[in-house]
Design a protein around this ligand. Sequence first.
Ligand code: F6P
Length: 366
Amino acid sequence: MGAKRVGIMTGGGDCPGLNAVIRAAVRVGCERHGFEMLGIEDATNGLIDLDYRSPSGNQWLTPASVRGILARGGTILGTSNKSDPFHFVATVEGKKVETDVSDRVMENYRKLDLDGVISIGGDGSMRIAKQFMDKGMNVVGVPKTIDNDLSATDQTFGFDTAVQIACEALDRLRDTAESHDRVMLVEVMGRDAGWIALHAGMAGGADAILIPEIPYTLSAVADVIKKRRAAGQFYSLIVVAEGAKPRGGQVCALEKKLGEMPRLMGAAHRAAEGLSEALPDIEMRVTVLGHIQRGGSPSSYDRVLATRYGVAAANLVASGQYGMMTALKGGSIQSVPIADAVAEPKVVDPEGELVRAAREIGVSFG
Ligand code: F6P
C-alpha cells in the first residue's frame, strides 16, 4: 500500500494556534506516518475548485514548509467563513443564489486521491465535516474557535489567547477609567456564548459582565455604578459580550447576508446609551475589541494545546479513526465523534460554579 494522501484545511474565522496545529499534524503525519499532506486553500474553496488561487492554491506541505510558523497568528492555508459547499453562494445572471456544490467537492476529493482530510474548525466547519462524512469523505476534526462554544471538548484552542488579549485591554482601560472617573464598556466577541466575556471580565476585575446567557436589566447595571460611586469608586469597568441582550430584548446584529452568519455588533453602544440616559452626569466610553482578539501570536497555552491536537489528529488518520474530533477532556487529549461535537453549542451555565464565583466576589451580571 502506498503512502496515505491527507488533506488539511482551516475553516471559519481565523484564530491563534491554527498554524501550530498545521505544523504538528504535518510533522507527525509526514515524519512518523509517511503521509503526503496537501494543504487546501481557504477552507473548502480549494476543494470546490481545484484551480482556485487566492493567492497560491492548494500546496503540498512538508516539515520544511511548516518550519517557523508555531508562533504565527492566522493560518498559512487561508480560511473562509462563507464557503459552505452545501449552501454555496454563486452569482448567476448578476444575482446571488445559494447552490449545493458538495458533489463537486466529493469529485475533487476523489480526483486528488485523498485518503482523508483533517478539518480544523469551529461548529460550522464540524457540521460541514459531518455532512461530508455522510457522503463518504474520511474526516478527522480539530476544534478551533476563540468562542470556546464547542461541546465535547473542555476547550478549543484560540480561546486562551483571546481572553488574554481582552484581559490586557481591561487592564489598560482601567487606568483611563480611574484617571477620568469614567465608566468604560468593553465589547468582546463570542457570538452566542459568554465565555470570553466571563473569563476576561473575571481576570480583568470587571464590575459587571453582560453575557448572552443572562439577559440583563440596565437598572441593575446602573445600580452597580451608583453603589461604587457612593463607596468612593468613581469609575467602573463593564464587559459586554457581543451577543448580550437586555431582558426581553434581542441581540444587536446587522442584517444577515446570503451565505453568511449574522454579524453581531453594537451591544456595548446600546448598553452605554441606556446607561447614559439613566446616569446623565457620568461619562461613558465604549471600546469594541473586535478582531484584535483573533490576531497575533498564540499564548503558550494555546501553542501547546494546538500542538497536542495536531499530533492527535495525524495519529487518528494513521489509525483510520475517521469521523472523530480531537478533544480535551479532564486534562488529557481524547477523541469524540464529530456528530457529538455539533449536537449543541456549549454555553455558560448561569447557575454554574464560574458564574457563582464571580457573583460571590461582587460581579454583577445585570
Ligand atoms: O466565531 C468567531 C468570531 O470571531 C465570533 O466571535 C464573531 O462573532 C465572528 O467570528 C466574527 O466573524 P467575522 O470575522 O466574519 O466578522
